[in-house]
Design a protein around this ligand. Structure first.
Ligand code: PAN
Ligand code: ZN
Length: 188
C-alpha cells in the first residue's frame, strides 16, 4: 500500500467490536469452514441447509513489512455446529518468530494455543490479556451466549498459515456439555 496518511487513527467500538473507518473486513460463514467441525466430517460434501455468519474480522491496513503492526478485532457470534462451539479457523504465523497479543473485551471464550504436541487452553473473559508466543497456533472459541470480542495485535509481516490446522485440526475440541457449559475434549 502506498498512500498512507499518518498518524493512522480509527474508532474502536468496544460494544460491537467494529473498527471505523472500515479498512479491511471479512466475514466467515459456516460454508467457509467446511471440514473444520467434527460434525462436518460426515456431511462435508452435502449442501448446507443454512449458512450462518460465525465470525467477523476487522483489520487496520498497514504496510506488510518488518516493524509494522496490525491492530485487529474479531467478533465471534454465539452458537454451535453439531454441539461444537463457534470458533475461528485457527492458524500458525508463517513467520515462526511472530508472536501476537490477544485481549478480550466482551463475552466468554477459550483460546486454544498449540505447539509441538502441546495444546493449552486459556480463558477469555473481559480483561483477559493473553500472549500468543511465536510458533504457536491459535484459535478462539466462543463458549458464551453473547458475542465474543477480541482485540489483537500482530506483526504486519507475520503471514497466516492455515494449512496444518485445516488438515489436522487442534489437539483439543470444545463441545457443549449436557448442561450447555463447555467441555474440552481430546480430539480423536
Ligand atoms: C487474528 C485472527 C482472527 C480470525 O486476527 O486472524 O481472530 O481467526 P483466523 O484467522 O484463524 O480465521 C489473528 O490471530 N491474526 O494473526
Ligand atoms: Zn494470529
Amino acid at each position: 500500500m502506498d498512500a498512507l496518511n499518518y498518524p493512522l487513527s480509527s474508532y474502536y467500538d468496544f460494544q460491537t467490536g467494529q473498527i471505523v473507518p472500515r479498512d479491511s473486513y471479512r466475514q466467515i460463514h459456516l460454508s467457509d469452514m467446511r471440514g473444520y467441525y467434527l460434525a462436518d466430517r460426515e456431511t462435508l460434501h452435502e449442501p448446507l441447509k443454512e449458512d450462518p455468519l460465525l465470525y467477523e474480522v476487522y483489520e487496520c491496513q498497514v504496510p506488510a513489512k518488518p516493524g509494522e503492526m496490525v491492530p485487529c478485532s474479531t467478533i465471534i457470534h454465539p452458537g454451535s455446529v453439531g454441539g461444537e462451539f463457534y470458533m475461528t479457523k485457527g492458524h500458525y504465523h508463517s513467520d515462526t518468530n511472530a508472536a501476537e497479543i490477544y485481549c478480550c473485551l466482551r463475552g466468554h471464550g477459550l483460546l486454544l494455543m498449540q505447539h509441538g504436541g502441546q495444546c493449552l487452553v486459556e480463558t477469555m473473559k473481559p480483561g483477559a490479556l493473553v500472549y500468543v508466543p511465536a510458533g504457536w497456533a491459535h484459535r478462539s472459541v466462543n463458549v458464551g451466549s453473547e458475542d465474543l470480542i477480541i482485540f489483537a495485535i500482530y506483526p504486519a509481516d507475520a503471514g497466516h498459515d492455515y494449512g496444518a490446522i485445516r488438515e489436522k485440526g487442534f489437539l483439543k475440541r470444545v463441545l457443549r456439555g449436557p448442561d450447555g457449559s463447555p467441555v474440552v475434549h481430546e480430539a480423536s
